[in-house]
Write a protein that binds this ligand. Structure first.
Ligand code: DAH
Length: 367
């Protein structure tokens, strides 16, 4: 703090006095902003409020000496008020400043730091990535779509007509208050990743090779093997001359990559509205190598995914936007697998709810 000269009073009317005192208060407040230590606080107090040589004292003396008698009372009152205001500013700023000073005193940079815990992939995400990268190595690209979906994409365009019993296999959570809309526009939580097949084909003409990982929702009661939220990876391949043997070869290769080269696959006839023919794929039991155990119910086989050749009716829906999907010229296969089940098999997890509990004792085992 430098010593400044005593300011002069130009006049003694109320307005001039108020302005002069406001100026003093402002400069005191400006200076007090820089106080960071107890020593600084004491210096400030001496400079402004010191009884013998404080700035207020000197200015007070100078001003009162030359003031006319009738102005002395007004000046005196304003000095008392200013003194209180400066004291208050000093306390407030010093309180904040000394907080900073104390924190600085307490920082011991020689102490060892706190190491942040390393994150790790959740077993579901790990499995999802593993499946996706197997298909990426075969030249597939990756697509995503919305979890809140319309009835049209989730069902109708996949050849589930309104009120068709095939809809009952996927107990659906619907968004409330949609009754006024036409059925195909009503919103629901997607029950499978298959609607992204349609969205992807609408976006681009064939040829197309795509995997679609994602979260799906069903109104299923939770138990050791069911969760109302679970994960799927969908696959779609469309080109000229795609046959069922391409489908078999692709999935057989993918299962060997995922579970080891000794795993065998077999295909059983099944039904899905959007594929014809449709099949369920089984793999030889990875726990007993096909001999029969409790995990495979002594059959030696485990059912793992659904697949089939894309139904021409599905291309029919897509053609409204992409005429190149002409079932006379192109063909394709599709498949869908549940990731939760695969993760549980791979990592020996017996209860699906562990995947959604967020329990660190469980998750740390995968770090
Ligand atoms: N979307 C079916 C489901 O969730 C699974 C599925 C089966 C997907 C066959 C496919 C497929 O792409 O071809 O039950």
């Amino acid at each position: 703090m430098t010593h400044e000269s005593i300011p002069q009073l130009a006049a003694y009317d109320e307005a001039t006095l108020d302005a002069a005192f406001r100026e003093l208060l402002l400069s005191a407040q400006r200076e007090s902003g820089g106080i960071a230590t107890a020593e600084g606080k004491e210096q400030f107090r001496l400079y402004w409020l010191g009884r013998k040589q404080g700035r207020l004292k000197s200015i007070g003396e100078a001003w009162l000496k030359t003031a006319p008698a009738e102005a002395k009372k007004a000046i005196g009152q304003r000095f008392n008020q200013l003194k209180e205001q400066i004291e208050q500013t000093l306390e407030e700023n010093a309180a904040m400043g000394s907080g900073v000073a104390r924190a600085a005193d307490a920082l011991d940079i020689t102490l060892p730091g706190i190491r942040p815990g390393m994150g790790a992939e959740h077993p579901l995400i790990k499995t999802l990535h593993e499946v996706v990268s197997i298909f990426e190595r075969m030249g597939y690209s990756v697509g995503v779509g919305p979890e809140v979906e319309t009835d049209y994409y989730n069902f109708e365009s996949l050849n589930f007509p309104p009120n068709h019993p095939a809809r009952d296999t996927q107990d659906t959570l619907v968004v409330a208050g949609q009754e006024k809309k036409p059925l195909r526009e009503r919103l629901l939580l997607r029950t499978h990743t298959s609607p992204v097949q349609i969205r992807a084909m609408e976006q681009q003409p064939p040829p197309l090779r795509l995997v679609i990982p994602g979260k799906v929702h069903r109104n299923d009661a939770a138990d050791a093997t069911h969760s109302p939220i679970f994960h799927q990876v969908e696959g779609l391949c469309v080109d000229t001359n795609i046959t069922f043997s391409d489908l078999k070869g692709t999935l057989d290769h993918a299962m060997k990559e995922l579970f080891g080269s000794s795993v065998k696959t077999r295909f059983f006839p099944s039904f899905f509205p959007f594929t014809e023919p449709s099949a369920d794929v089984q793999i030889s039991c990875i726990f007993c190598a096909g001999k029969g155990c409790r995990k495979c119910k002594h059959s030696g086989w485990i059912e793992l995914l659904g697949c089939g050749m894309v139904d021409p009716a599905v291309f029919g829906f897509v053609r409204e936007k992409q005429p190149a999907y002409d079932p006379k010229k192109i063909s394709g296969f599709a498949f869908g697998m549940g990731i939760d089940r695969i993760a549980m098999m791979k990592y020996g997890i017996s209860d699906i709810s562990l995947l959604y509990s967020g329990d660190m004792r469980f998750l740390e085992q995968f770090a």
